[in-house]
Design a protein around this ligand. Structure first.
Ligand code: SF4
Ligand code: SF4
Length: 154
């Protein structure tokens, strides 16, 4: 679901430009308002939606997620510690979802250079380097056991 900007709400602050990892949020030179220059290249990370202080950015919902014509609004409310999603359908129905903001303290993540170099045997494993420890999962990544497979293991 790529994003788009309501230019009438945008004040051109540039937060979305700074945060976009795909570098596709730009400020229109004439109107001094933000716009998504290439929706096809949108990561759909919604960093821009959550960072926008004017609540000026909406997501275009896919038909399987929000059919029948709709609007999708994401609202980050830091004071409440929530992100809420509001889907409004063409027939007037609304669906609202609220989830807590998950925050990671600035500077608390280890950089790649702070981990030990992978051992030779690590290259033969399916996990990425330092998994599952880097994901804070104890005892290995969750995986299906052979007895959970309907067809069995061939
Ligand atoms: Fe950029 Fe992410 Fe916003 Fe897409 S959703 S425009 S990738 S910040
Ligand atoms: Fe406009 Fe919001 Fe982007 Fe600021 S963060 S430039 S208000 S769309």
């Amino acid at each position: 679901m790529p994003t788009f900007v309501y230019m009438t709400r945008c004040d051109g602050c540039g937060h979305c430009v700074d945060i976009c990892p795909s570098d596709i949020m730009h400020i229109d030179k004439t109107y001094r308002r933000a716009y998504n220059i290439e929706p096809n290249m949108c990561w759909e990370c919604y960093s821009c939606v959550k960072a926008c202080p004017q609540n000026a950015i909406d997501a275009r919902g896919y038909a399987d997620f929000a059919p029948l014509g709709h609007s999708v609004r994401a609202l980050r409310e830091e004071a409440k510690g929530t992100i809420s999603w509001r889907l409004k359908f063409r027939d007037g129905r609304e669906k609202n979802f609220v989830s807590p903001i998950r925050t990671t303290p600035w500077g608390s993540l280890k950089g790649p250079g702070e981990y030990a170099a992978p051992r030779p045997e690590d290259f033969a494993r399916q996990e990425l380097a330092h998994e599952p420890d880097s994901l804070n999962i104890k005892g290995g990544l969750p995986a299906l056991r052979p007895d959970q497979l309907k067809q069995g293991v061939v």
